[in-house]
Design a binder for this molecule. Structure first.
Ligand SMILES: *[C@@H]1O[C@H](CO)[C@@H](O)[C@H](O)[C@H]1NC(C)=O
Ligand SMILES: *[C@@H]1O[C@H](CO)[C@@H](O)[C@H](O)[C@H]1NC(C)=O
Ligand SMILES: *[C@@H]1O[C@H](CO)[C@@H](O)[C@H](O)[C@H]1NC(C)=O
Ligand SMILES: *[C@@H]1O[C@H](CO)[C@@H](O)[C@H](O)[C@H]1NC(C)=O
Ligand SMILES: *[C@@H]1O[C@H](CO)[C@@H](O)[C@H](O)[C@H]1NC(C)=O
Ligand SMILES: *[C@@H]1O[C@H](CO)[C@@H](O)[C@H](O)[C@H]1NC(C)=O
Ligand SMILES: *[C@@H]1O[C@H](CO)[C@@H](O)[C@H](O)[C@H]1NC(C)=O
Length: 661
């Protein structure tokens, strides 16, 4: 509310002197009235009161403000009959309310000319034509209801110019078509927006993901349109949502698991493609009976033996290695070998991996991206041209299938903006295991931070803060977003991918949990050499949420200090020890990476000092003292850098986003 007050005040002081050209009443009479009236011979009874022989206060369906911004009170007889108000240019229109008034025309572009106009209620009329993009020029507009008319065309992207102030937007029951335009800024949150109703139109395209960023949204209606594709996890995570209706579209796939226990019933989702499944709708993959435990809704098992398909006994065979010297990359082809006949190889497919088939995965051409103690990561090209990332767990490294598969299903539940999603899992009959994930062409945080080349991306504090917060959110989701917490087990900068908008994505979560203990120990000692290992892991071997938080603390120090953690012989530093020394010697400011101090006037007001304290809290030697990830997220959110404008520089705007108006 305070931001609203501010914008009204600034309009009052800044724009009044400019407004002497034509009064609002003039624009109403000359432009708005004829347009709304339309081509009917019978004069509209409401609109006909808008005339110069009727005092302004008696014009139907309008509200006004005086020069001070206060509402014009039409209660007193003298004001009510004051004809001079009609030509008083300081009187401003604040509201147009003519619902169910038999209007037959259209909305003209001059609707954007009213500086004070806060609400437009023109529902249940016969208005047609397109929504003028000038609507987005109305500097004070908060509430729009144009429901139950015949507006067509697409929604102008300029509507999101009003993102920061809009409270409710209703276009229910029109003929709007095309896809919903994205806001110009990649990540607008439209904080005041409570109601968004586009139900019963002809809108199409995938689920408009940007809506899930609208953090205060209470009511969302996209029902009875032509939306397609899957329902994103982020929708289920919208905390403030009270009412949801996405019924009668063409959504497919599995509903996010969170909807199983939400306040939304089947009537929020019904009437979509028959393949939309998962609680509160019907269970997914019912009918095959391939030994799925009923409580798990993680995935659709493609029972390869079902129906006598002979695809079944395909195996990953030998890896033939060819070095491609010219490109300096090692190319390995995944070669397929027909197995004997006891083919147990099977592919578990999870949300978003429905397009994958065993044949296609195993026929993919792979290029080695990374080798690690648990196996090899490939970039694999599918026959349709798409890429996936394959993590081949080395032989013998994984536990028994009985233990392994339920865990993998748990990991597949994890869907979050800051997590690389697991799309499928392959288990071959010799025990080979492939984790199949989305492929991201991006660099890891480690590369970005420690790369020494001259052309490297500069990371200022707002960017680093954004990365830290994203990693914290992803980790918090792993720890608390599921019935059983998922322990990452290997949080490190090499396992954080950074996209061009500096949104981080965590990879490799849970892999330690899949390993037999000998390999798990190896993974742990590697993380120890790299400085991420919590001290208590020297005694007990099992990772837990608190050991993840320790690793996160090290990663946060790495971000703040720009130094590699770990053994000195690998060029690393004991980061917590450096901080302690600096604090004792009162040289704290010197430990920050000089690159992040650029443009920072006051490290406390910009959240730098708080972030350092937080990192040290996470690295506390005594595990119970460490904050949990939810607390870490809260503290990072509460202590943001003040100047975040450069996060939205043109280079940061996703290509394909709507052009700003
Ligand atoms: C309204 O009628 C006028 C002439 O009577 C015509 O030129 C105009 O195109 C019509 N507009 C609409 C929206 O039907
Ligand atoms: C002006 O408005 C009054 C009602 O306030 C109405 O009786 C009159 O017919 C209107 N005049 C015109 C020209 O529409
Ligand atoms: C009528 O309105 C005019 C213009 O706003 C104002 O100057 C005048 O004092 C008003 N008269 C009455 C009787 O309220
Ligand atoms: C909108 O409807 C009008 C008729 O009312 C039609 O002439 C026009 O082509 C339509 N526009 C779009 C974009 O569908
Ligand atoms: C978008 O919002 C998310 C969640 O609020 C945040 O983590 C991320 O940093 C934001 N991205 C941009 C481009 O600001
Ligand atoms: C829903 O989508 C499928 C393909 O994705 C298509 O075949 C079908 O016609 C669509 N149904 C409707 C009602 O649009
Ligand atoms: C959802 O929308 C459809 C069509 O717009 C409507 O018939 C239905 O009653 C709505 N359901 C809920 C739960 O609001």
């Amino acid at each position: 509310m305070s931001s609203l007050f501010f914008s009204l005040l600034s309009i009052l002081f800044l724009s009044l002197p400019l407004l002497s050209l034509s009064s609002d009443s003039d624009v109403l009479l000359k432009k708005i009235k004829p347009a709304l009236q339309g081509n009917t011979t019978i004069a509209n009874t409401q609109l006909s009161t808008w005339n110069l022989s009727t005092p302004l206060c008696q014009w139907r369906g309008l509200q006004w403000a005086t020069a001070t911004g206060a509402a014009l009170s039409c209660d007193s007889a003298s004001t009510r009959s004051n004809l001079s108000l009609n030509s008083d240019t300081s009187i401003q229109l604040t509201s147009i309310q003519l619902p169910a008034s038999g209007l037959q025309g259209y909305i003209p572009s001059e609707i954007g000319d009213f500086s004070y106009l806060q609400s437009i209620y023109l529902a249940v009329n016969s208005l047609h034509g397109s929504i003028p993009l000038e609507l987005g020029n109305s500097p004070s507009l908060l509430r729009i209801d144009l429901g139950s008319n015949s507006f067509n065309g697409s929604l102008p992207p300029s509507i999101w110019n009003l993102c920061d102030q809009l409270v409710s937007v209703r276009f229910h029951g029109n003929r709007l078509s095309g896809s919903l335009p994205n806001p110009a800024g990649a990540n607008q949150t439209c904080d005041s927006l409570k109601i968004l109703d586009f139900g019963e139109n002809k809108l199409e395209g995938g689920f408009p993901l940007f809506i899930t960023k609208f953090s205060g949204l209470q009511e969302l209606d996209l029902s009875a349109n032509r939306f397609t594709g899957s329902v994103p996890e982020a929708l289920a995570e919208m905390k403030s949502l009270q009412k949801l209706n996405i019924s009668s579209n063409n959504f497919t796939g599995m509903l996010p698991a969170e909807f199983a226990n939400s306040k939304f019933g089947a009537d929020s989702f019904e009437g979509n493609s028959a393949s939309l499944c998962g609680s509160p709708l019907d269970k997914c993959g019912s009918g095959s009976g391939s030994g799925l435990s009923p409580g798990l809704i993680a995935g659709i098992v493609i029972g390869l033996m079902a129906g006598g398909v002979v695809l079944a006994s395909v195996l990953i065979g030998l890896f033939q290695r060819k070095k491609n010297k010219n490109k300096g990359i090692e190319v390995e082809e995944l070669e397929i070998e027909d197995g004997e006949q006891n083919g147990e190889g099977k592919l578990l497919v999870f949300q978003g991996g429905e397009h994958l088939t065993l044949e296609e995965v195993l026929n993919a051409t792979g290029q080695v991206m990374e080798k690690s103690s648990y196996g090899t990561v490939y970039k694999a090209k599918l026959s349709d041209g798409g890429n996936i990332a394959l993590r081949l767990l080395r032989e013998g490294s994984c536990k028994d299938p009985e233990e392994c598969i339920p865990l993998v299903r748990e990991f597949a539940h994890a869907r979050h903006e800051n997590l690389v999603p697991l799309r499928a899992f392959y288990q071959g009959m010799r025990g080979e295991k492939l984790l199949i994930c989305d492929y991201f062409p991006h660099k890891s945080l480690f590369d970005i931070l420690h790369e020494s080349t001259t052309g490297r991306t500069l990371l200022n504090w707002p960017k680093r803060h954004k990365i830290a917060l994203g990693v914290a959110r992803g980790l918090s989701h792993l720890h608390t977003g599921h019935d059983t917490p998922i322990i990452h087990g290997d949080v490190r900068s090499k396992h954080v991918l950074i996209d061009e908008l500096f949104i981080p994505k965590l990879t490799d979560y849970g892999i330690g949990q899949l390993m037999i203990s000998a390999v798990a120990d190896e993974l742990l000692s590697a993380s120890s050499a790299d400085g991420y290992k919590a001290p208590e892991l020297n005694k007990m071997k099992r990772c837990n949420a608190r050991t993840d938080i320790y690793s996160f603390g090290i990663l946060l120090l790495e971000l703040l200090m720009g130094k590699k953690p770990g053994d000195a012989k690998n060029g690393g530093f004991d980061l917590p020890a450096l901080v302690k020394v600096a604090v004792l010697e009162e040289t704290t400011m010197e430990i920050f990476d000089p690159e992040i101090l650029k443009g920072i006037r006051n490290p406390t007001e910009d959240g730098l000092v708080q972030a350092l304290k937080l990192a040290m809290g996470c690295c506390a030697p005594v595990a119970p003292v460490r904050p949990d990830m939810a607390e870490v997220v809260r503290q990072l959110e509460d202590n943001r850098p003040r100047n975040r404008s450069n996060l939205y520089s043109p280079a940061d705007i996703r290509s394909g986003a709507a052009t700003p108006y």
